[in-house]
Ligand binder design. Structure first.
Ligand code: ATP
Ligand code: MG
Length: 492
């Protein structure tokens, strides 16, 4: 068959499986091995049932299961053989310009040829699934592709080739997705990082990148990753959760939404604090919707995730050094530059280092209404984190001076949390009210009150005001946000 996508269309396609162009040292990897399709324990092993079971011929069932398992394993082996053969036979450079239909047709033809060569028959369903997998290997990210396409998946977490977890509805699940071996996993990682001009190998064992669809990607490879490469992907959500979605999901209450609207619109400086994956970026993005369309907003992130809806938005993304150790642009560089770009507000995706100094200064010097997130477990802890970051940045300043800088820069700390049942909630909104002696004073205005646990593990609780009126009530009123004082009432 002639095809411009074959490397050499006149060369015969290797006919016997053992004659394909795989170096001998790799043969062991593609031939059956326990590693290839090692069945994983189910993510949630079924509980033993005490119901009477219908009598089944146990031996017959076991034999059928075994046959099934052996067939699945064989299909995996065939897939890996076909994949190697595809890579050997396809002209990858020409493939870049091939349409999806052309590529699929080509894959299906090569697969059909190879299957007939090795005399292995597949049902039409199996054949379709195989062609799909092979397509994903060539054009996409292999076994990860279906997970990337599944909108219910938030995170994809790979712990070596045989363990791929996903996070869905706030909970981790083990999937039955596997890579052929570590080499296969490394090839997919390499595909991702080389597309963004980066490299990952023994001397450069970890990398941050952004996938073509905007998803955040981090990988760490052996030997630093001890049991095989570690990959973490935070999926990019095309439809960002807005304030109304968050209220509907029970992430916070209507009253809190009213309060936050007033706080953002009246240009309070807001910090969203929370643990990893607690919904900080989502909250920051939702809060930004309260910013007026006429304002010039500059965003600074390590990986651009925010999606602001305003017209006047300038986005910046920091950049690590290249392989020669050159060209790094830190968040601090971006922030310093941003101050010369006439911003009305500055939003830093996450403050985690020396940029804290410039962030606090910006908040204190006319760029009020700025926002950022920090990694901390409570408002008080958030303040300590800021203090530590200032200290780590090498600024010689007495603690009291640092604290007073923080106290006058930060108006509000919104604490996001992922609870044990997987739900993400804003567990507290705390105002910074000033200093008393050496201590920064704060008052909580809203919180999530946990009252119990449903038998299915779901947390029961409600949002409540603390009974204390906002320190900024007068400011809100002056700016036209006359919030009823009842929103701060404690709910029993
Ligand atoms: N209230 C919510 N309800 C349901 N899903 C949510 C909620 N808040 C956030 N999510 C989802 O949870 C995931 C993590 O959210 P997000 O990226 O905002 O967390 P983060 O705290 O910024 O994480 P990281 O520490 O990794 O930066 C995202 O996929 C997001 O869509
Ligand atoms: Mg985040």
């Amino acid at each position: 068959m002639f095809s411009r996508y074959r490397k050499d269309s006149t060369a015969p396609v290797s006919t016997a499986p053992e004659s394909r162009a795989v170096p001998a040292h790799e043969m062991a990897r593609v031939t059956p091995s326990a590693q290839i399709a090692a069945p994983l324990p189910p993510a949630n092993p079924p509980r033993p049932s005490f119901k009477a079971q219908p009598a089944t011929p146990i031996a017959a069932t076991a034999a059928a299961n075994d046959k099934d398992r052996r067939r699945r394993q064989r299909i995996l082996e065939v897939k890996s053989e076909l994949h190697t053969r595809l890579l050997d036979n396809l002209n990858l450079a020409a493939l870049d310009n091939a349409s999806e239909a052309e590529l699929r047709a080509e894959i299906s033809a090569i697969a059909a040829e190879a299957l007939s060569d090795i005399n292995f028959a597949l049902t039409s369903e199996e054949r379709l699934a195989l062609n799909q997998d092979l397509y994903f290997e060539v054009r996409g990210l292999g076994p990860l592709e279906p997970l990337l396409k599944d909108d219910t998946v938030n995170d994809i977490l790979v712990n070596g080739p045989n363990r791929v977890f996903i996070e869905r509805d706030g909970r981790l699940e083990l999937t039955d997705v596997t890579f052929k071996d570590e080499r296969h996993l490394l090839r997919i990682i390499d595909k991702i990082v080389s597309a963004v001009g980066r490299r990952v190998d023994e001397s450069n064992p970890y990398v941050d990148a952004r996938l073509a669809d905007g998803s955040r990607f981090n990988a760490m490879v052996p030997p630093v990753a001890v049991d095989g490469s570690l990959v973490s992907i935070r999926k990019f959500k095309k439809e960002k959760l807005g304030i109304n979605d968050l209220v509907n999901f029970g992430a916070f209450s209507e009253e809190m939404a009213m309060y936050l609207e007033a706080a953002v619109a009246t240009r309070l400086n807001v910090i969203v604090s929370g643990g990893t994956g607690s919904g900080k970026t989502t909250t920051l993005n939702a809060l930004s919707s309260f910013i007026d369309n006429s304002e010039r907003i500059l965003t600074i992130e390590d990986t651009a995730e925010l999606q602001l809806q305003q017209v006047h938005v300038g986005r910046m993304e920091s950049r690590p050094a290249n392989v020669e150790g050159k060209g790094a642009v830190t968040q601090r560089d971006c922030l310093r530059n941003a101050l010369r770009m006439r911003p009305d507000r500055i939003i830093v995706g996450e403050t985690r280092g020396e940029e804290v100094i410039d962030m606090l200064q910006a908040m204190n010097t006319g760029h009020d209404g700025s926002m950022t997130t920090i990694h901390a477990n409570s408002a008080r802890d958030g303040i300590s984190r800021l203090e530590n970051m200032v200290a780590m940045a090498g600024i010689e300043m007495p603690l009291k001076a640092v604290r007073s800088q923080i106290a006058s820069a930060v108006n509000l700390i919104v604490q996001a949390s992922r609870l044990q049942d997987g739900s993400r909630r804003m567990v507290s909104i705390t105002e910074v009210t000033g200093m008393e002696g050496d201590i920064i004073t704060m008052q909580e205005v809203f919180r999530f009150e946990r009252t119990g646990l449903e038998p299915n593990g779901k947390i029961i609780g409600h949002f409540t005001g603390s009974g204390i009126r906002s320190h900024y009530s007068e400011r809100f009123r002056r700016w036209g946000y006359d919030l009823p004082s009842s929103i701060y009432d404690a709910v029993k």
